[in-house]
Write a protein that binds this ligand. Structure first.
Ligand code: NDP
Length: 475
């Protein structure tokens, strides 16, 4: 079980921030090509120690090695490749057209690093999230202060140590601040931008602190993925997807499937398939190569899981699994059948290995239920009729929507990733996921004839005004 670290003092946070700022002054003078080379070099150095890194993530989280490999490390490789291949296209100066009236001028946008970027991260993906946010921030020319969850600091400290030892970056460019929420709040006093990943409740506090200092703030918050099954849904794939989409990472995924809303015509068949898939899951002792499920990363999450299961039982649901082992902070994967909208499992993020399943009369009813909550991160629609599925998908109030698929958006990193409503503000990934780490500087150059004043300057006159209006209308 992870033990929280001691919170750094305000003075130490300030000192780290000032070291990061100094290093950024050097880093910003590296060309983009040099930055790309440095980041690739750093990744190669990490790859040479992949076994050590994988073991550390596994130790810190207890997740199966297969998940460490493909969800944390291989996904990071995909994202790193995408970012380094596209950095020049996205971050180079972009010429922009001007109205015809300004044909004597040229305009372009420059992408200027913001300075020191704070990355505040949760405990569920201790490598993937910090690393994949750090790479674009660095590529854009910033320094990074990473504040990981106090429950998973070892991977972050390892990253900081390897960044320093790699010799690819100016000394101090990547700083880790350890401690609880107070340390996170302290970091916000020094940063020029914050990218926060965590719960909606903390996201509000971070947004308020960022607002106070008028620094840009991107929020990646909680979710409540509703999986909607039409009566022509491909049931076998859907049942496997629901089980993987819910129990991967032991349910501790913001995009994880939390609820299945199933057309009543196929509800019984789908539930029977779910039970088969559930029984086939292999929770195992940590580290077993054939293990499907690890335990909970954070023991406190058990309280939420228990509360949601008790509430569901009290309100008449049939719960399969969900045996809680307090001593080992573990719970067996649970499915709540015959769920109802008023149950906690249907309304609040569980963020643990509990899947709620409810029958609906029509897909439209499922859409209403899915859109009723405050979260809007991920959702999916399941049907063999792809045209209708796309139509339903367009009605979902979620930032990440899939048809006949789950948990795919993060690695499909050319797509913007983020949530609507209480699930976030802004997007990581996609082109804007790189550009957001820059100030956009708009430049206009008056090119010719350089010594003459522009016609809209003083002195004004009736005829001049008419001609200008006419030219503006023509433009
Ligand atoms: P929390 O909101 O509890 O914490 C997130 C981070 O914020 C931690 O590092 C935490 O530190 C820090 N923090 C706490 N209080 C403050 C504060 N006042 N100011 C600044 N920082 C603060 O989230 P969890 O760690 O519990 O993560 C789980 C949540 O994250 C779930 O809701 C999940 O859905 C969401 N999430 C969202 C993702 C997305 O991309 N949308 C991806 C992954 C998770 P400490 O932990 O030390 O208290």
């Amino acid at each position: 079980m992870n033990i929280p670290v001691k919170t750094m003092h305000a003075a130490e946070v300030a000192e780290r921030a000032s070291r990061a700022r100094e290093a950024q002054g050097v880093w910003t003078r590296y060309s983009l090509t040099q930055r790309v080379r440095a980041i690739r070099g750093f990744w190669d150095a990490l790859q040479r120690e992949r076994g050590r890194l994988a073991a550390l993530i596994h130790e810190e989280t207890g997740k199966p090695m297969a998940e460490v490999e493909f969800m944390e490390l291989d996904a990071a490789a995909l994202i790193l490749k995408h970012l380094t291949r596209n950095a020049h296209r996205v971050l180079q100066e972009q010429a922009v057209p001007l109205p015809w009236l300004m044909l004597n001028k040229r305009a372009y946008v420059r992408y200027v690093p913001r300075g020191v970027v704070a990355l505040i991260t949760p405990w569920n993906m201790p490598f993937l999230i910090p690393f994949c946010d750090m790479v674009p921030a660095l590529l854009a020319g910033n320094a990074v202060i990473l504040k990981p969850s106090e429950w998973t600091t070892r991977v972050a400290l390892y990253l900081e140590d390897r960044a320093r030892a790699s010799g690819f970056f100016p000394e101090g460019l990547v700083q880790v601040v350890v401690g609880d929420g107070e340390a996170g709040a302290e970091v916000l006093k020094h940063a020029d931008m914050v990218l926060f990943t965590g719960s909606t409740a903390t996201g509000r506090k971070v947004a308020a602190a960022a607002g106070e200092r008028l620094i840009p703030c991107v929020l990646e918050l909680g979710g409540k993925h509703a999986m909607i099954l039409a009566k022509d849904a491909p049931l076998e794939r859907a049942a496997k997807a629901a089980v993987w989409g819910r129990f991967a990472n032991s349910g501790q995924l913001c995009v994880g499937v939390e609820v299945c809303l199933v057309h009543e015509a196929v509800y019984a068949d789908f539930c029977a398939r779910l039970e088969v898939e559930l029984a086939a899951l292999r929770p195992g002792p940590a580290g077993e190569p054939e293990q499907d499920l690890g335990g909970l990363i954070l023991a406190a999450q058990l309280d939420v899981v228990e509360r949601h299961l008790e509430d569901a039982r009290e309100k008449g649901a049939r719960v399969v699994g969900g045996e809680v082992d307090r001593a080992n902070a573990a719970v067996t994967p649970a499915v709540v059948f015959e769920a109802k909208p008023e149950m906690l499992v249907m309304r609040e993020e569980t963020f643990g290995p509990v899947l709620a399943v409810m029958a609906v009369r029509r897909v439209e009813e499922a859409l209403v239920i899915a859109n009723a909550g405050r979260h809007g991160l991920a959702a999916s629609v399941w049907s063999r009729d792809l045209e209708r599925a796309a139509e339903w998908a367009s009605l979902l109030e979620a930032g990440l929507v899939s048809v006949n698929d789950v948990l795919i958006h993060y690695a499909a990193c050319a797509l913007p990733f983020g949530g609507m409503k209480d699930s976030g503000v802004g997007r990581r990934h996609g082109d804007q996921g790189l550009r957001m780490f820059c100030e956009e500087q708009s430049i206009v150059v008056h090119e010719w004839p350089s010594q003459l004043p522009d016609p809209w300057w003083f002195p004004y006159g009736r005829l001049k005004t008419r001609i200008l209006s006419w030219l503006a209308w023509l433009t």
